[in-house]
Design a protein around this ligand. Structure first.
Ligand SMILES: [Zn+2]
Length: 147
């Protein structure tokens, strides 16, 4: 989860930084991801705005979530793997997690617990018998020393 937290710090989203790490049965890291625009899309040309009337000018249609990025980056069979994610997955990521064959989710933040997308996530995970466990929050600090 420490690596997931560190991955989240790479996100340029000013409101919600999320990181995900996929590990195999030996707890070896297979891949990491964080929320951001798809490859080749400039962070300066697309919006990070999260509220307003004009859907096309919000971040939502464009942002690829941390779980999606970690799963796509893995480029290998993830059957039986676990995912560590800093925020409980939305319904779209939950579908991708299930289809990838991941069988356990560890998360920290559950701030959207009562929102419909996250209720749908739990409904799918329960039906698919994929466990999800909340871990205590942790704070990491990375200091970069310039020469
Ligand atoms: Zn998601």
């Amino acid at each position: 989860m420490t690596v997931a937290k560190a991955s989240a710090m790479r996100s340029k989203d000013p409101s919600t930084q999320v990181g995900a790490v996929i590990v195999n049965k030996l707890n070896q890291i297979i891949s990491t991801g964080y929320n951001g625009f798809p490859r080749g899309i400039n962070d300066d040309e697309f919006p990070w705005i999260n509220s307003g009337e004009d859907w096309g000018n919000l971040k939502y249609p464009y942002v690829a979530h941390a779980e999606l990025n970690a799963i796509v980056s893995a480029r290998t069979d993830l059957t039986g793997c676990d995912v560590y994610v800093t925020l409980f997955p939305c319904n779209e990521c939950t579908k991708i997690i299930i289809q990838a064959g991941i069988n356990r989710i560890y998360f920290i933040d559950d701030k959207y617990h009562n929102e419909k997308e996250f209720i749908a996530s739990r409904k799918m995970l329960d039906a698919a018998k994929i466990s999800y466990d909340q871990l205590p929050n942790l704070e990491i600090t990375i200091k970069v020393k310039q020469k």
